[in-house]
Design a protein around this ligand. Sequence first.
Ligand code: RP5
Length: 165
Amino acid sequence: MSDVASAAPLVGIIMGSRSDWETMRHAAETLANLGVPHETRVISAHRTPERLFDYAKGAAGRGLKVIIAGAGGAAHLPGMAASMTALPVLGVPVESHALKGMDSLLSIVQMPAGIPVGTLAIGRAGAVNAGLLAAAILATGDEALARRLAAWRAAQTESVPDSPA
Ligand code: RP5
C-alpha cells in the first residue's frame, strides 16, 4: 500500500451515486498525484440521509480537513454536508443526462448566505479543480505539499505547446 493510501485521510470525496464516480475519480486522481491522503464514499442526500448525517457530523473529528462533494440533478449533497460541518466543502456539479449538469450547477451554487459551498465547474474540470483547490487549502499549512503543487503547476505550464500543429 502506498503512503497516500495508508495515511489518515485529509480530504473526503463523497458522491451521490456510484454513477458519479466516472466524474469524481478525477478529484481522487488529482489528490493522489499530489500525495494527498483521501477517502471516497457514496453518500446520497436523498437515498441515504442518515449516512450523510453521520459522515458530515463525524468528518472533522476523524481528522478530515476538506470535503469534496459531487452530485447530479437535484444536487443537494454539497449543501446539506456543509450545513452539518464547519469544514470547507467544495461542490462538483456532475453532468446530468436530462439537463447537461445545469440542474446540478444551480442546485449547488445558489446557497443561502451563511452556509458556503465552493462551487466548481460542471464535470471533469470541476472534479480536477476541486482536487487542486483542496490541495491548495491544505498547502497553506504544509510546505512540502505547497512545493508539490507548485511543481504540478510548473509541469502543466511546460506541457502547453507553442503551436497547435
Ligand atoms: C444524484 O442523482 C447522483 O448524484 C447522480 O448524479 C444522479 C443519478 O443517480 P443514479 O440514478 O445514477 O444513481 O443523486
